[in-house]
Each structure stands twice: as C-alpha cells, then as structure tokens.
Design a protein around this ligand. Structure first.
Ligand SMILES: [Ca+2]
Ligand SMILES: [Ca+2]
Ligand SMILES: [Ca+2]
Length: 378
C-alpha cells in the first residue's frame, strides 16, 4: 500500500513539473501584444492560440451547444497519446491590473485540467480543475489562490497579477508511466471548447476562507460551482449535499469503481495558504462502504507525509481531526529537515484504497468530503 501511495504522489509531482518544462520548449512567437480576453467572435482570434501537439487543431465553432457566450467559441481537437502533452495557450498577452481569471470550459469527457498563468520571468502559477464530461464550466479563479509551480521560482514569492503575459490550459490525460494510470488514459480524438476568457480586475468568490474565530483555515468547502481539484484513479467527481452544521450546503462527491487504478480520489492545490501556527488537518467525511483512505501532504520539494483514515461505511457524516504529528513521512521521499513544514505545503491528496474498500453490487462506492482545511493552535 505504501509504495503505491508513494508512486502516485511522486508521479503527480513529475506531472505538474512537466507542464513548465514543456512550455520552455515552445516555439518563438510574434511580437504583437494581445488583450487578455477572448470571446472568439472574431474568427481570426483562433490563430492567437497554440497547441504543443502539432496535430491538434484549433478552430472557431458556431455550433450552439459548443458555444458558451455569443455566437462563437474555440474548439480544440486533439488525440491524447504517449509522448505528447495536451497543452494549449495564448502568449504575448498585454499585461493589465487584474484579480481574477474567468473562462468557460467544456471537455468531451471528464478530465483533469491544469490552468496556468505566467510572468515574463518564467514564474508560473496554476490551479486545478476536475472538468466533467460535456458540461460547460464557468470557471472563476481568484488569482490570489493560484500557486507557484514547483518547477519555477519567483523572486518575490507572489504572482504579480499585473505582469501576466501567458495563459495555458492542459488536459492531463495519457501522461506516461504511473501518473498516466492515475490521471487516466483516453482513446481516440478528444475535444475541448473554450469561451469567454478574461483576466479581469473584478474579484470573484475564493474557495478558501477562515472561520471558527479564525481557527479554521478552510482550504475548500466545495461550495463553488467548479471543483478545483484533479481527479485520480477514474473517480467520478461531482457535488453532493454538504455536511450538516457547517456554513456551506455542498460537498465534494467521489464515486469510485473497483477494477481501475488502486488509488481513487483527488489532488487539491494548497500552496496559496498561509499555514503558520497550524496544529491539525481537518475534514468532514461520509462513506457508503468500509475501507481505508490516505490523506497525503506534499511539500514543494516533494517530501510527502501520510495519514491513513478509516472509512466507517455508515453513510453518516463524521469529523476528522488529524494532528500534524499523525502524519508519517513516506520513507521513499527525503526531506532535508525530516519534519513536515506546512509553510512549504503544495498539495493535499485524498485517495481511497480501492483494494481495501467495500463496494456495492455494481462495484461502486461513494464518499463525500467537505470542509477540508487546517486548524491553528488555540
Ligand atoms: Ca512575482
Ligand atoms: Ca461544503
Ligand atoms: Ca520538511
């Protein structure tokens, strides 16, 4: 069990690192700056977007179901396969003061998506999306909640939102190795549609917040219409009713199936949080079947710390509170100081061990996750 968690999270690190690495090798671009908003009503704007895969096509569609706003949208057709990274983007954006990134996104199948913005010095910040099959997602990202990719550095440690010159969107399907098995493989051509993209000066609701008199640093209450996480192991990600007695109304619903990747769950970006004086990790959990799950905290340097959580299968909400001392370093990872440093936290991974989880007659199990966050010391 341990080696599989280790491999999964290690591979996750490799994967997100590869985003930046491949961007570096992208071809040179024209000099003209373009406004950082795209409604694609002008057909020539399709040419302002590029794909790393030379066989991918980017064209304007007028098909009503594939347009989120106005009469036109960008339709990208690509075939995920070994050795090709499914990354699409626009460069040479004219920098402007902004606080949020808004876009409409639809993918043919459920897929893990990484959205990134980049400063001219190469500092890259990203956010994760679980894109559902064939549904327009109105994505609104608070730029303050994007996190620095672990393969880039930033001299001032923060995204300078007035300096963004590049925007990319990547489908993490068909990556090589174990990470490919975790994020999933697709067969045949895929389509992604983009519309109503804008780097905006307006604020948008964030997914993270504080409550309990400031003691709870909520990473995600799962109230936003879009799920800001990466699905793993073929899990179906959706919303369900939230835990009672907490502020929100919705929770993250995860439907896992036997016979797919062993570890089924989600990766949540946490690198934007200030976690000084944190004492514990907390969440609300509900599960339809007994089993085991792993909560993994990963530092920016790849050090991973894990706590195993028992799923009671009672189909009732219960609260987990895991003191930081309950997390054990994955022996396959090294850490220069051999201790968990939450100020270096990059992602939280929550995965069910489907080899050790009950399922119903159709091989399906469900769990709900809510109010994922951190408790500060008293
Ligand atoms: Ca910066
Ligand atoms: Ca909630
Ligand atoms: Ca450490």
């Amino acid at each position: 069990m341990r080696s599989s968690v280790r491999c999964l999270v290690l591979c996750g690190l490799w994967c997100v690192g590869s985003v930046g690495a491949q961007e570096e090798t992208a071809p040179p671009t024209p000099q003209v700056l373009v406004p950082p908003s795209f409604d694609f009503e002008d057909p020539t704007t399709a040419s302002l977007w590029y794909a790393l895969d030379e066989e991918a096509t980017l064209e304007i569609t007028r098909e009503r179901a594939n347009v989120a706003q106005g009469k036109c949208a960008l339709e990208i057709t690509y075939t995920p396969r070994d050795g090709v990274f499914n990354l699409f983007g626009a460069r040479n954006l004219a920098p402007r003061p902004c606080r949020s990134l808004r876009l409409a996104l639809k993918t043919q199948e459920q897929t893990p998506v990484v959205i990134s913005v980049r400063e001219p010095d190469g500092s890259s910040y990203h956010a994760f999306i679980a894109a559902p099959a064939d549904q327009w997602q109105r994505v609104e990202i608070d730029l303050a909640e994007m996190m620095l990719t672990e393969d880039t550095q930033d001299e001032n440690g923060g995204l300078d939102t007035g300096q963004i010159t590049e925007l990319t969107i990547a489908d993490l399907s068909n990556l090589p190795g174990e990470v490919g098995n975790a994020f999933g493989h697709k067969t045949g051509p895929q389509k992604m549609w983009l519309d109503a993209i804008e780097l905006s000066p307006e604020t948008v609701p964030g997914r993270s917040s504080r409550s309990l008199g400031g003691r709870l640093i909520r990473l995600d209450g799962f109230e936003t219409p879009v799920n800001f996480c990466l699905p793993l192991g073929g899990v179906a990600v959706s919303h369900g009713p939230g835990a009672p007695g907490v502020a929100g109304r919705k929770a993250l619903r995860l439907d896992y199936r036997l016979g797919q990747h062993r570890w089924a769950g989600v990766v949540c970006g946490a690198g934007h949080l200030n976690l000084v004086d944190t004492a514990a990790v907390t969440c609300h959990l509900r599960s339809t079947h007994q089993g085991a799950a792993a909560m993994v905290l990963e530092e920016r340097d790849g050090s991973k710390y894990r706590h195993m959580v028992t799923l009671d299968g009672r189909n009732e909400w219960r609260t987990e509170e895991i003191p930081l001392g309950g997390f054990v370093r994955d022996p396959s990872t090294t850490d220069e100081n051999d201790q968990l440093d939450l100020e270096q936290l990059r992602v939280v991974v929550f995965v069910v061990d489907t080899f050790d989880a009950g399922v119903g007659v159709e091989g399906l199990g469900t769990l709900w996750l809510d109010e994922l966050g951190f408790l500060t010391k008293q």
